[in-house]
Design a protein around this ligand. Structure first.
Ligand SMILES: [Zn+2]
Length: 314
């Protein structure tokens, strides 16, 4: 800054004010980034980060690559929720351990202010049942099938609700959030057309899955899941079940076995050997396989792998 003679002290004052203003802006930016949103899964983390445009810090309880069914909350998770301005969950029993964590946080902010966003309430659910969630190993498929994020079209409603909730937490960042949500939605719509086109030639293809994770995915891409390897969520198949399943797969000309990385490979391999169907390892969440680094990549990878396997099995 050039200063005229005699104005040096004024220049110094202006400079000092400028420095203070910049420092203040930095503090405000830092404070924004420290507004914490806690989500239960890596998929929700990816969507929340995409639609919040850096306006908040997002932490997931289940880490990428971990099995949400086997999640065991730790004391550090209670502290995270206590600090959160917003908690976002899948619901339907998939992340039922969150209820216990919320109880342990007592009078914490998200609980006190009702800032818990259950995204399942806005989704057209599949396999809706009247039975209540029972005590069991593994996650529930009690009220309905909880794997609704595996239909990418459902991310339209999910991302809109997350953006709305994040906007309530940091209203001064509304423009940033709105712009980020539009970007995400535009990208999603464009890529969804590509995914539908890639799997288009395989409409009606008969497939089986180890776990019942894929009804939403199958409905979107018009695939026909003819059977499941697990007799019940979290229950391993018996040899008798596998033998009869191999027969049913041959009868229905099933061409692919959808397999998640943390599931036991033996039963899927056994069925592939006896039926000629391909084992396709798909990511059921962000981080399940290394290439799936965000929510949209989840479908880039899964659609590509499945289309290749179905083409080879023809
Ligand atoms: Zn499940």
């Amino acid at each position: 800054m050039a200063c005229l003679p005699g104005w040096a002290h004024r220049c110094a004052a202006i400079l000092a004010a400028l420095v203070l203003t910049l420092a203040g802006l930095t503090l405000v930016e830092g404070a924004r980034a420290e507004v914490l949103v806690v989500v239960t899964t890596p998929d929700l983390k990816s969507i929340t980060e995409a639609v919040s445009g850096g306006a908040v810090r997002v932490e997931t309880l289940v880490q990428p690559g971990a099995d949400a069914e086997a999640f065991v909350p730790r004391p550090s998770h209670v502290a995270l929720i206590r600090d959160a301005a917003l908690v976002v969950r899948i619901g339907l029993g998939y992340d039922e351990w969150l209820d216990q964590l919320l109880r342990q946080t007592g009078d914490a902010r998200p609980v006190r202010e009702g800032r818990i966003l259950d995204l399942s309430t806005d989704i057209a659910l599949l396999e809706v049942q009247s039975r209540s969630i029972e005590a069991r190993s593994g996650h529930a498929h009690g009220a309905a099938n909880p794997h609704y994020w595996l239909d990418p079209a459902n991310a339209e409603a999910m991302s809109a609700r997350i953006a709305e909730a994040v906007g309530r937490v940091v209203p001064e960042m509304q423009n940033t959030i709105t712009a980020a949500q539009v970007r995400f939605s535009t990208d999603l719509t464009r890529r969804l057309k590509g995914w539908i086109a890639t799997l288009g030639p395989f409409q009606g293809a008969a497939i089986v899955a180890y776990h019942n994770s894929w009804p939403y995915f199958a409905r979107r891409f018009r695939l026909n899941i003819v059977d499941l390897i697990e007799p019940k969520e979290g229950v391993a198949p018996s040899p008798a079940r596998l033998a009869s399943l191999a027969g049913r797969m041959r009868a229905s000309r099933a061409r692919a076995i959808l397999h998640e990385p943390f599931e036991p490979l033996g039963p899927s391999r056994y069925l592939a050997e006896r039926t000629g169907a391909r084992v396709v390892v798909l990511a059921s969440s962000v981080g399940s396989v290394p290439e799936v680094t965000d929510y949209l990549a989840l479908f880039d990878v899964n659609v590509d792998r499945l289309a290749k396997a179905l083409a080879e099995a023809q």
